[in-house]
Ligand binder design. Structure first.
Ligand SMILES: [Zn+2]
Length: 253
């Protein structure tokens, strides 16, 4: 890959972005305090993209956060009948997700791992629990807007999900870094899952089991969609060995 990178401090002069806030509920206006803007040119593939590393301050609660956004010259999403927007990849730190006012991240993480486990070992199966390592793949996939939306919109299998990254496999390699960054969150979520009676951990075989209790009805539509997607991911995972599943997602345990 032959890349030429030109970097400038606060070149874009974008002074406001609307993104989910880790503290407020939903999306809020954030002041862009400063940013490092990179123009990247891949001369082999004739693709250009902009990378923005922004330090932001929420205009509501004033917390400082960080946004890493990518905009490239070849991907567009339809915004209207004759309207197209550039596809924007976005990562936010600290991790935030819309609708989190209903649940803290660890509590939501516990619910997602529980639903993943339900998908992986449904009540009528002889599967022996979810290998603990596999549980560490759930949050990096579900707490990222891009992978989450692709899981929600993919029906059949993890291969179909992987196919959506055709020609942009480098994005799949990012999951590994997120999995590493979310190890603590996953650990906390598993602990909450155990203490709240959603999960059982069997240390001898390093597996977690879901406790079969009814899915709560009083959750928001977006949370319901998210939980359903986690269960689907569990169903995909059970069709493969741990090795095959992680290889498809370019994960290295
Ligand atoms: Zn805020």
């Amino acid at each position: 890959m032959n890349q030429k990178i030109t970097e400038e401090l606060y070149k874009t002069k974008v002074n406001e972005v609307i993104v989910p806030c880790a503290k407020c509920s939903g999306r809020t206006a954030h002041e862009v305090v400063t940013s490092i803007d990179q123009f990247v040119e891949d001369t082999d593939c004739d693709v250009q993209w902009m990378k923005h590393y922004q330090i932001m301050r929420c205009k509501g609660c004033k917390i400082i956060s960080f946004r890493d956004a990518d905009l490239n010259s070849v991907e567009y999403i339809q915004a209207g009948d004759h309207e197209w927007d550039s596809r924007n990849y976005e990562e936010l730190y600290p991790l935030c997700i819309e609708g989190r006012k209903y649940l803290g991240n660890s509590a939501l993480g516990a619910a997602l791992i529980w639903r993943f486990a339900r998908g992986y070992c449904p009540p009528d199966t002889s599967i022996n629990g979810v290998p603990l390592m596999l549980a560490y793949t759930v949050l990096p996939l579900m707490f990222n807007e891009d992978t989450r939306s692709k899981i929600i919109s993919t029906q059949s299998s993890v291969y179909k999900f992987e196919e959506k990254y055709k020609d942009k496999y480098d994005l799949l390699y990012l999951i590994q870094g997120r999995a590493m960054g979310m190890r603590d969150l996953t650990r906390r979520s598993i602990c909450i899952g155990i203490s709240s009676g959603l999960l059982n951990l069997v240390p001898e075989d390093g597996s977690i089991y879901p406790i079969y209790q009814p899915v709560p009805r009083s959750v928001t539509r977006s949370a319901k969609e998210l939980l359903k997607a986690a269960e689907k991911l569990g169903e995909w995972a059970k069709q493969f060995s741990l090795f095959e599943f992680s290889r498809t997602l370019h994960l290295d345990f």
